[in-house]
Design a protein around this ligand. Structure first.
Ligand SMILES: [Zn+2]
Length: 486
């Protein structure tokens, strides 16, 4: 029996606009319940929505990054359903004319190459509020989130494993962060996933497809991967138990129980007609002309995966290093500029990944906010490269560069971290040490077992005398010459 998992993803990404999609209420996390609401997002009778242009800008930028055809004419539709967190009894969404369609996203395949997953559509819609089941005989509803702009992205069923679904979700997070259209903070529910999972099964020369199951409302990469894996196994079991007579029937909806790590049947899926979509009479259609498109196209950066691959090919960085650098756009930007300013790529990379990202993480900001200039970073990299300071001192200097904004040479001098490159000064230090350590010198010159140990001891003594500011390899070479000549 040959089993192939088939997955299509629906992803909701919260856009990081200042205000909601159709009213001026702020978009903010963890505000007191129902403090960020107005007649429009409360759905009060007679209140009229006004479109937030920034949300459309962000949505177009994201759709472009996903290689979509952008609609020149789009409109708003009401999707009718009743739920306590939806005070209007309909959600404003886009039905037959989505903002973007027929695109693709590139993800790293299991073999390290690039795999394209087709994007069926990208559209804008408003989020609902949140029901809070705090326990007790009643539930509460918080409408702060009602009306927040969401980007819905729907892929074609091109994904063939749970791991690949996860890789796509992670890549999408990196893309929307690069574009600056979403914080994509999983903890704050900025990304939610709904995979459609079924199986293509071949057995005894016959092909079957199991019914599609949609798993609702997953809010972590881990849950996304685990639920698809579980669902694939469950569908194999169901197929075997059905005596292989199962055909692709109605789509069902299942929830994910994160505690028990299983999917649970919720309901038969509604069809589109159940929602009674119709154009929203309160909103005018959106016409997107070429000059608007050109303005947004100019903002489109090199996408993270392409950049990661370029870092490997152009600079010889490892796949891992390139991945870490490109995880933060401002970090990758700084890297590019520092290399342009003459820093050796591997050195610049080490400084940024070992110090820059760590400090940024501690401060809860991005590397770009640390105030590092590309020229100073390149200079520090060259100082390490040329042996003016050692790598350990380089780390300390970079920390001080971030703390004080001073240039690396000034800091190396004031922190007394410059290595002694002046050979006559080193010679005199070595002279002193050798004359004080006669016994060790004799042992080092002997043929005995102790020779190497005594030699290392002498190198250590000289290092100590220079307060670690000399290159041990250079010292060892100089001592060897002196002893050889003695
Ligand atoms: Zn409002």
């Amino acid at each position: 029996m040959k089993v192939q998992v088939v997955v299509g993803l629906e992803i909701h990404v919260q856009l990081s606009t200042q205000t909601k999609l159709f009213c001026g209420c702020p978009v903010r996390f963890a505000a007191p319940p129902n403090s960020l609401v107005c007649p429009v997002c409360l759905g009060l009778p007679g209140a009229l929505p006004v479109l937030n242009k920034k949300a459309v800008d962000y949505a177009i930028l994201a759709a472009m990054a996903l290689n979509c055809q952008i609609a020149s004419f789009t409109k708003w539709d009401r999707k009718g359903y009743y739920y306590p967190d939806l005070p209007k009894n309909y959600q404003i969404s886009q039905y037959d004319l989505p903002l973007g369609k027929a695109g693709f996203i590139e993800v790293q395949g299991d073999d390290g190459g690039i795999k394209q997953v087709r994007i069926r559509r990208v559209h804008l819609e408003e989020d609902a509020g949140k029901n809070l089941h705090a326990g007790g005989a009643y539930s509460c509803v918080d409408l702060n989130r009602a009306g927040t702009p969401l980007l819905e992205i729907v892929t074609e069923p091109d994904i063939t494993s749970a791991a690949q679904a996860r890789a796509l979700a992670v890549e999408l997070q990196r893309i929307v962060r690069y574009l600056g259209v979403s914080e994509a903070d999983m903890q704050k529910g900025h990304m939610r996933f709904e995979p459609n999972v079924n199986l293509r099964i071949e057995t005894d020369g016959q092909a079957f497809r199991t019914p599609i199951v949609e798993i609702k409302n997953l809010n972590s990469f881990r849950a996304l991967e685990a639920s698809i894996r579980y669902e694939a196994d469950r569908q194999v079991q169901e197929f075997l138990e059905s005596g292989q007579v199962m055909t692709s029937g109605n789509k069902t909806t299942r929830g994910w129980d994160d505690v028990r790590q299983v999917t649970v049947l919720q309901r038969q899926k509604e069809e589109a007609e159940d929602y009674r979509y119709f154009p929203d009479p309160d909103l005018v259609p959106v016409v997107i002309n070429t000059s608007w498109l050109d303005q947004i196209k100019a903002l489109l950066p090199e996408l993270p995966l392409r950049r990661q691959i370029r870092f490997v090919q152009q600079y010889g960085l490892s796949e891992y290093d390139a991945g870490v650098l490109t995880s933060d756009r401002s970090c990758a930007d700084l890297f590019d500029k520092a290399v342009e300013a003459g820093g050796r790529p591997k050195r610049v990379c080490n400084l940024l990944t070992q110090v820059g990202l760590r400090v940024a993480n501690e401060r809860g900001c991005s590397v770009g906010d640390l105030g590092l200039s590309p020229v100073n970073l390149a200079t520090l990299a060259s100082m390490i490269e040329e042996g003016k300071v050692n790598a350990t001192s380089g780390v300390r200097i970079l920390e001080q560069m971030i703390a004080t904004g001073q240039d690396p040479m000034t800091l190396a001098r004031s922190m007394d971290l410059l290595q002694i490159a002046d050979s006559s000064r080193l010679e005199s230090i070595i002279d002193q040490v050798l004359s004080m350590q006669q016994k060790a010198v004799q042992e080092a010159c002997s043929e005995g077992k102790k020779a190497q140990k005594a030699f290392n001891f002498l190198v250590g003594q000289v290092m100590q005398a220079t307060k670690g500011q000399a290159n041990p390899t250079v010292i060892a070479e100089m001592i060897r010459k002196r002893l050889g000549g003695a």
